[in-house]
Design a protein around this ligand. Structure first.
Ligand SMILES: Nc1ncnc2c1ncn2[C@@H]1O[C@H](COP(=O)(O)OP(=O)(O)OP(=O)(O)O)[C@@H](O)[C@H]1O
Length: 295
């Protein structure tokens, strides 16, 4: 299978400020990629390079086997960038109809607006729409050409809960259709339901590439609590244990490998009481992943 995106040793700087450093990446058709990283990590810059809006300084980057901005890429990419829809004197339906003329396999604007619950906004000027409404129109604009590859940069920012749900439902349809998506987000739980692979961008490098299950295995902390008369030092050297603390009579163990720590606790079980186990949330993983990379 020919990769849809191939990056080899890609670097990019704004002047002397190195933003992307020696990135290599292969994305195959049909993959849904969650691109995560804290503010300023370089996510938008990477999307801009992929779109051909900016040009790489070093390395090699191809989409559909061509350089970014090539004819195949132009016809086959839809994008939803941040704050990219400030056009005066045009209505929603006019915008989508005009955009559709640029693509050979374009979707029918009225049908797309109906599917995205935009029909009642069809004749509104873009300048009169709210921020969340504009995001929904921007999503429609990304889809109008029926592209194979979609770049969605923090797509749900500004959308209310209903709009977010409708958005993720549509993303699942795109996934079922075999489209390839790169979705940036700061919020791991929302991309968990759709992403096949997570890329964590930190200080211009990918510090993690893998599935959610791998991310959880590698980074998700587990907290095991119990009461015991045994000394705290009994637990400090057990497999996976990163910290042992005691509050009143309750001992708390933090572990990066809950399964191995539990196995190591088995011989002590007769002396442990009221045992509970809690896995850290995905949102918390993002926080300590980014703190770890900053340290
Ligand atoms: N036009 C520009 N000129 C100079 N520096 C820039 C420019 N655009 C972005 N930067 C810098 O490049 C770095 C990466 O920015 P980028 O917008 O790619 O990050 P991001 O991961 O998308 O952040 P966010 O999550 O806030 O959207 C930041 O330090 C930013 O200040």
């Amino acid at each position: 299978m020919q990769p849809i995106i191939q990056a080899e040793h890609v670097s990019f700087s704004y002047g002397k400020h190195a933003v992307l450093k020696d990135l290599s990446l292969t994305i195959n058709p049909g993959e849904i990629i969650g691109l995560i990283g804290e503010n300023g990590a370089g996510k938008t810059t990477l999307l801009n390079l992929l779109l051909g809006i900016r040009t790489i300084k070093d390395g090699r980057l191809t989409l559909f086997g061509q350089e970014p901005g090539g004819p195949l890429a132009k016809q086959n990419i839809g994008s939803m960038l941040q704050g990219d829809l400030s056009i005066r004197g045009i209505t929603v339906v006019e915008l989508l109809t005009m955009a559709a003329t640029h693509y050979p396999m374009a979707l029918q604007p009225n049908q797309l607006m109906a599917e995205l619950a935009l029909t009642e906004l069809a004749h509104r000027q873009l300048t009169t729409l709210s921020g969340g409404q504009l995001r929904r129109v921007t999503f429609a604009l990304a889809l109008i050409g029926n592209p194979e590859l979609l770049f969605l940069d923090e797509p749900t920012v500004g959308m209310d809960t209903n709009a977010q749900q409708a958005f993720w439902t549509r993303v699942k349809v795109l996934k079922a259709q075999g489209k390839t998506l790169i979705i940036t987000s700061h919020y791991l739980p929302e991309i968990e339901q759709v992403a096949d692979r997570i890329l964590l961008l930190q200080n211009g490098r990918f510090t993690f590439q893998g599935t959610f299950a791998e991310l959880q295995r590698q980074y998700q902390q587990v907290k095991i609590e119990f009461q015991t008369a045994l000394a705290l030092s009994t637990f400090e050297a057990l497999a996976g244990v990163t910290a042992v603390t005691q509050v009143n009579t309750v001992v708390q163990i933090s572990s990066t490998d809950g399964d191995r720590t539990l196995q190591a606790l088995v011989p002590y079980l007769p002396q442990l009481h009221q045992v509970t186990l809690n896995r850290e949330s995905l949102a918390a993983i993002f926080v300590h992943l980014t703190q770890e990379a900053r340290a």
